[in-house]
Design a protein around this ligand. Structure first.
Ligand code: ADP
Ligand code: MG
Length: 401
């Protein structure tokens, strides 16, 4: 039967599509329920002494000494004498070090001080698969593990960042960011939508398919100013964040792969923008278009009277294969064009990242033993280097040396 014949029957295309959409989501929900019971909380592996030392910014021998002197939290010790710390214990160690500071008064907690404002980092590109969600997740987790109070916001109706943190939007029917943005009387404060994650110091505002409604409702609301209290749409995330401002140091927003109202609202709330870019000809070309649109839109947001909060933006090369000639050439091309805006470190392509993603995990969650050591270490080194560079931009924005 050809397509035309289908349409001539009793049942139209739209009905077939609706039916099949329903079938797929029902079946997937069943599958997910089997694999991720909705009340199964995601755990977090223990971290090695070396990892704990890295996240704390002190030497491993220093931490070992504390343990030997009976100070601070007690790590688990394997029969061979290897010490491991939970993420919670790493946070406790940081508190301990701060309370029992050495003579140099080094501050171990990087949390913001009076006068340092909440930093909002948006990860954007309108190309899907450019590594936005991977970047946002690892950045948020790295910031949390190094002691920042972090809020991750999933702005993508596809909810990948949400799923990565063990929340199944379609099963749980959880409230999402949409509830904090909607224009009708169902609007709720963002604090009611925030959920803790398996990483101490990291909370998340989940996404849901419903977020897509924002793209349709915004132009409607704009033509009916009553619904928006006379305010323009692009202050909605800024306003929502004001309510939880005191609880966090950094907000990381994972944007959808489009330059719609959701992304614009996030950009208007952002103090920083990370543009992810996979270094291939077509991707770089599409990014050129993206930048032209973005520039135009930022200009009109500014003209419409929104405060420009942006302090920095950077390009981050993702899924980079340095041995691939054309890719290396593309990176060289971008570096020569934008020497100041390219991050010095790139995120390399790694099977460790891809494999972890398949089981909805990040590299900070999977065990090193599951991988070939070199593969894991190479990915982790690149990841940490990228995240440290971004963290230092955040600290610089606070005016720290
Ligand atoms: N550095 C990397 N190495 C290998 N695979 C990666 C890397 N970064 C992302 N991926 C994979 O590429 C796919 C797209 O990445 P994702 O972060 O979801 O992109 P986006 O959010 O821009 O659509 C995912 O399957 C992810 O696991
Ligand atoms: Mg994504």
């Amino acid at each position: 039967m050809n397509a035309w014949a289908d349409m001539q029957g009793d049942i139209g295309f739209h009905e077939i599509i609706l039916q099949q959409g329903g079938m797929i989501s029902d079946k997937l929900n069943l599958l997910r329920l089997e694999h991720f019971p909705p009340n199964a909380n995601k755990g977090l592996r223990p971290f090695s002494l070396a990892e704990a030392a890295y996240f704390l910014g002190v030497s491993a021998s220093n931490i070992k000494k504390l343990h030997l002197e009976g100070k601070g939290p007690v790590p688990a010790t394997s029969p061979s004498g290897r010490r491991t710390y939970t993420a919670q214990q790493i946070a406790e160690l940081r508190d301990y070090l701060d309370r029992h500071g050495r003579a140099d008064f080094k501050n171990y907690s990087p949390c913001r001080k009076p006068g340092e404002s909440l930093q909002v980092v948006s990860v954007v590109n309108f190309k899907g698969g450019s590594g936005k969600t991977t970047t946002a997740a690892h950045l948020a987790q790295h910031l949390a593990l190094t002691g920042h109070r972090v809020l991750a916001i999933d702005l993508d109706p596809q909810a990948s960042l949400t799923a990565l943190h063990g929340i199944q939007p379609e099963i749980d029917r959880n409230p999402s960011l949409y509830d904090a943005l909607r224009y009708d009387s169902g609007k709720r404060p963002i604090s009611e939508v925030v959920r803790p994650t398996n990483f101490p110091g990291l909370d998340i505002v989940p996404a849901s398919l419903e977020l897509q409604e924002y793209e349709y409702e915004t132009p409607l609301a704009a033509s009916n100013r009553i619904a928006t209290d006379g305010k323009l749409f692009f202050t909605r995330i800024t306003d929502a964040l004001r309510e939880v401002d005191d609880h966090y140091d950094v907000v990381v927003i994972d944007c959808p792969p489009q330059l719609g109202y959701l992304t614009l609202t996030a950009l208007a709330a952002s103090t920083a923008v990370l543009i992810t870019i996979h270094p291939q000809m077509l991707d770089v070309m599409s990014m050129g278009q993206f930048l032209l649109m973005l520039g135009g839109i930022l200009e009109s947001i500014g003209k419409a009277g929104a405060a420009v909060r942006l302090k920095w933006f950077r390009y981050l090369v993702t899924r980079y294969e340095p041995t691939d000639g054309p890719q290396a050439q593309m990176v060289g091309f971008m570096q020569s064009l934008f020497p100041k805006q390219m991050l010095a470190h790139a995120m390399v392509k790694s099977t460790a990242i891809a494999d972890a993603g398949i089981t909805n995990q990040t590299l900070y969650e999977v065990e090193r033993g599951q991988f070939i050591r070199q593969t894991y270490d190479r990915a982790m080194d690149a990841l940490n280097a990228v995240n440290e560079e971004v963290a230092s931009l955040v600290h610089t924005a606070w005016g720290r040396a």
